[in-house]
Design a protein around this ligand. Structure first.
Ligand code: ZN
Ligand code: FE
Length: 242
């Protein structure tokens, strides 16, 4: 069983520190910055041996260099974005397998937020690290791809086992939930979840990870019936002030 620790950094990023107890190996997922990640690992007596990046944006790779310098860890990330992530040691693509001790992640290519964005799915752990592709009740902006691609990505993710825990890279759930209710005012699951999220955020609690089942019920982008509907909702959300 993996231990997964949430490290909140910058204004709303989450870095995930993943520890595999059988081997003692530890990986940092999308380290936006180095200091809090190194400090968290040190406080637990863990040594970071790997970094896994989902895409090239600075708030996902900003800590790579300093963590690598401090630990000598190996950095894995999308082959398609190698030119934009100079710290990469291992370049991966669809279907590649990445080991952390006894467990294995399968790489999924999920382009749209960025052209080479990947997710790391750990089937035996029922865990997926999705970066900025899927958020709790939301999805990433379409900076380098199309609504068709995002629709395909979200359909693939929705086909994972429903109990799969989804580790997103940002705490965007409150704003996403307000939009989700505007998009689907009659969806009681969204109404209920939004109340829970409002209470959690008022108490200063995190709302990530989520699950595939919860996203199937409440995520207006995963629930879009077509790429065209996803495109319409994405454009609306981009200018939505809830
Ligand atoms: Zn991003
Ligand atoms: Fe981001």
């Amino acid at each position: 069983m993996l231990e997964i620790v949430r490290i909140p950094v910058l204004s709303d990023n989450y870095v995930w520190l993943v520890h595999e107890p059988a081997s003692g190996e530890t990986a940092a997922i999308d380290p936006a910055v180095a200091e809090p990640v190194l400090a968290e690992a040190a406080s637990r007596g863990w040594r970071i041996g790997q970094i896994w990046n989902t895409h090239w944006h600075p708030d996902h790779i900003g800590g790579n260099e300093a963590i690598k310098r401090a630990t000598g860890c190996a950095v894995t990330g999308p082959a398609a974005e190698a030119a934009r992530i100079p710290t990469l040691d291992r370049l991966v693509a669809e279907g590649d397998r990445v080991r952390l001790g006894e467990v294995e992640a399968v790489v999924m290519e999920v382009p749209a937020h960025t052209a080479g964005h990947i997710a790391y799915h750990l089937p035996t752990e029922e865990v997926v690290f999705v970066g900025d592709t899927l958020f709790a009740m939301g999805c990433g902006r379409l900076f380098e791809g199309t609504a068709e691609q995002m629709h395909d990505n979200l359909q693939r993710l929705s086909a994972l086992p429903p109990e799969t825990a989804v580790y997103c890279a940002h705490e965007y759930t409150l704003a996403n939930g307000r939009f989700a209710l505007a998009a689907e005012p009659g969806n009681w699951a969204v109404q209920r979840r939004l109340s829970e999220v409002e209470a959690a955020r008022a108490a200063g609690e995190a709302t990530v990870p989520t699950t595939i089942a919860l996203e199937r019920a409440t995520n207006p982008f995963m629930r879009a019936s077509s790429a065209a509907e996803l495109a319409e909702r994405r454009a609306w959300k981009d200018s939505f002030r809830g």
